[in-house]
Design a protein around this ligand. Structure first.
Ligand SMILES: Cc1ncc(COP(=O)(O)O)c(C=O)c1O
Length: 474
């Protein structure tokens, strides 16, 4: 990094682009299927190239004012129309991602039905943290409901969790960790009978499940056509294969959608009217999402969904043949969670061994009785034979290495640590003592870190993660 962060004279374009490319050397690859989370590759280069060109075309258009840039209204209407057409109707908002879609759904529910006291949101244990974030930002209280042995939200527990302060009930289609469907019709019916809105989080499943159904698979009802479902989120930057910054939140009722909006005339400047959380934002993601949807088309999405789902099934079948591993639950979408069935085999060590072999398998910590596991999001380009070979190899190496040797007093010391007494440098020093070098350098051995986090309760994990982020950016 140059010592002066801002040069006096502008630097040449070629030099800057070369530097960007160098910085990206350390990144995980975004294409090719060896990263089984975060990225979605169609394997159709022309689609991604088109999206990049469309993104650039719209890059400098500002979504702040739809009257100044009518192209954004036209594009958003087309995208939302296409998504609503596949997911039970309604009207909606194009947002920057699942988190923003969820934030808007929670805000709409809170404002549509004011209650006495702190409003509550009923969340299954497997619901995405975006709901906790929305509750945190919007001043709601979270009421937790457990999931059953198949990781599905429990309708009876949901019914028991309702109070006069409940403003929203949530179900996932599917939940991310194990890819299993919550019983949406049952949960939506319980919410409806109490007069409470029900949001279906189809962020990850919304643009794969309808295509799997069209391809002839049995997909349980989950969308806005289910009685009682009042809103639904569907991310186009996941199985829509659009560049990041693309999601849609649908509302069954247009008046509920209006409660997501925000306007302010409380200042002497330009009129502020926002459908989403952001105000000024690039229309690049909008242009790219529209171009991607149109270029892939219905047949393309059916093919991509089918190939991703059959990859997930072949992965699950292959895992049954690797001693010491087991699949958690029955995935309804191309998401597979794999746990260890052997105390001598640690999944976090498997992840590190896979990383050393050029693969990224996403670690998931244990939670409410669900064991630690590795998550695999399969896409159109997943090469299951290569993945299984890498997994089997990593398992062999992890067995030989054994579980991480977590110092027995460290977990206890961390649990009791007064984090406020440490500044970022002090915290970085603490991380260095467990092998994590924030300055970069060698690939961190995350197994130890994950094992330590896994041994701590969620609140302590959260406090440590916030300190990690702070030290990382310091
Ligand atoms: C089910 C579900 N909901 C919400 C989200 C949050 O989406 P985003 O990361 O786009 O904010 C995700 C992301 O993986 C998800 O899988």
């Amino acid at each position: 990094m140059p010592s002066d962060p801002l040069p006096e004279a502008g630097r040449p374009a070629a030099e800057l682009l070369a530097e960007l490319a160098r910085l990206r050397d350390a990144d995980l690859p975004v294409r090719g299927g060896q990263v089984t989370a975060y990225v979605y590759d169609t394997g159709r280069e022309a689609v991604h190239d088109l999206a990049a060109t469309a993104y650039q075309e719209m890059l400098e258009v500002n979504c702040l004012d739809p009257t100044a840039f009518p192209s954004i209204v036209a594009l958003e209407r087309r995208i939302v129309g296409a998504v609503a057409g596949k997911l039970g109707g309604g009207s909606g908002i194009f947002t920057s991602g699942g988190t923003e879609s969820i934030m808007l759904a929670v805000k709409a529910a809170r404002d549509a039905r004011p209650v006495d006291g702190t409003p509550q949101i009923v969340l299954p244990a497997t619901a995405h943290p975006a709901f906790h974030k929305a509750a945190h930002y919007l001043g709601l209280e979270v009421v937790h409901v457990p999931v059953d042995d198949a990781f599905r939200a429990d309708p009876a527990a949901t019914a028991a969790a309702l109070t006069p302060r409940t403003v929203l009930v949530v179900a996932s289609a599917p939940s991310y960790p194990q890819g299993v469907m919550d019983p949406v019709p049952e949960i939506a019916a319980i919410a409806a009978s109490a007069g409470v809105p029900c949001h279906v989080d189809a962020c990850v499943g919304g643009w794969v499940l309808p295509w799997l159904r069209d391809a002839g698979r049995d997909v349980p009802p989950f969308d806005l056509s289910v009685p009682g479902v009042t809103s639904l989120s569907c991310d186009l930057h996941k199985y829509g294969y659009s560049p990041k910054g693309a999601s849609v939140v649908l509302f069954a009722d247009e008046s509920l959608r209006r409660h997501a909006y925000f306007a302010s005339a409380e200042w002497p400047g330009y009129t502020v009217i926002n459908a989403g959380v952001q105000s000024s934002k690039s229309a690049g993601p909008l242009g790219a999402a529209w171009a991607t949807l149109m270029a892939v088309g219905a047949r393309g999405y059916r093919e991509l969904a089918e190939s991703a789902m059959s990859a997930a099934e072949r992965l699950a079948a292959g895992i049954a043949g690797i001693p010491g591993l087991r699949v958690l639950g029955e995935p309804a979408a191309p998401l597979v969670a794999v746990a260890s069935s052997d105390p001598e085999l640690d999944v976090f060590v498997v992840a590190d061994e896979a990383r050393a072999r050029g693969w990224f398998f996403q670690p998931q910590l244990s939670y409410q009785g669900i064991p630690p596991n590795l998550h695999f999001t399969l896409t159109g380009v997943s090469d299951v034979d290569a993945l299984l070979a890498a997994l089997a190899d990593a398992v062999k190496a992890a067995r030989a290495a054994g579980p991480p040797d977590v110092p027995s007093d460290l977990v206890e010391a961390l649990a009791g640590l007064d984090l406020d007494s440490l500044d970022d440098a002090g915290f970085a020093g603490l991380l260095a003592s467990v092998g994590v070098d924030l300055a970069g350098g060698a690939e961190p051995e995350m197994a130890m870190v994950n094992a330590i986090l896994d041994a701590l309760p969620p609140a302590t994990r959260e406090a440590l993660l916030i300190r990690f982020l702070s030290a990382l950016y310091a």
